[in-house]
Design a protein around this ligand. Structure first.
Ligand code: IMP
Length: 200
């Protein structure tokens, strides 16, 4: 089976292929599927945005499509930045600007608990949908630490490891991360789905 990844992110394509090739599933880019879709993320939940992306690319390509939507939810900020994680503070900010803004908004706030969330959705042309959600709990550090990862990793602290996501190796992060958990669950669900198909 071949799935199209509803994303322009090459790292995501490699990561998805690494995991799903074990099931005999090949993941290709939008370009390889002959589509180039800009999906406006108008949803208010990770589930809605993930479904929007997967469904739009499935409809454009006529092939099963997979998407993920993720972000950081901070309890003291009412769940912000949440689905707006990539756009927190507006267009002008980069990853560093966004986590600095978060640290500023967290000054004097308590508790500092937070969680990363990832929702993966796969839409099939026959209308079937598979969804998997993964979460990783942690806290917001008082200052950035570590050089690895991306996004909010330098300020996402894991109390039990006494390290931020940015201080973990990619392997260590994948083992416990929201995306790693969502992908593991998705893999199980897809395996069961494929086994139930008459042609398999
Ligand atoms: P998406 O591409 O629309 O899912 O946006 C995800 C955004 O959430 C990214 O741009 C990051 O700001 C943030 N994010 C999601 N996962 C991670 C992670 O593993 N580490 C750091 N930031 C993340």
């Amino acid at each position: 089976m071949k799935l199209v990844l509803a994303s322009k992110n090459k790292k995501k394509l490699v990561e998805m292929n690494d995991i799903l090739s074990r099931l005999g599933v090949q993941v290709c880019s939008e370009a390889e599927a002959g589509v180039d879709v800009e999906v406006e993320e108008t949803g208010t939940t990770f589930e809605e945005n993930s479904l929007l992306k997967a469904r739009t690319v499935m409809e454009a390509s006529g092939m099963p499509a997979i998407a993920d939507d993720s972000g950081l939810c901070v309890d003291a900020l009412g769940g912000a930045p949440g689905v707006y994680s990539a756009r927190y503070g507006g267009e002008g900010l980069d990853d560093t600007g966004r986590y600095r803004l978060l640290l500023e908004n967290m000054r004097g706030q308590s508790p500092r608990t937070a969680r990363f969330v990832s929702v993966i959705t796969c839409c099939f042309p026959n209308g079937d949908v598979i969804t998997a959600r993964g979460e990783c709990p942690g806290t917001i550090a008082f200052a950035p630490m570590g050089e690895g990862g991306f996004g909010y990793d330098p300020v996402f602290f894991l109390p039990e490891r006494k390290k931020t996501f940015a201080q973990l190796t990619a392997e260590e992060k994948n083992e416990i991360s929201h995306r790693g958990k969502a992908l593991a669950l998705f893999q199980e669900k897809l395996k069961a789905y494929l086994a139930a198909q008459p042609e398999n």
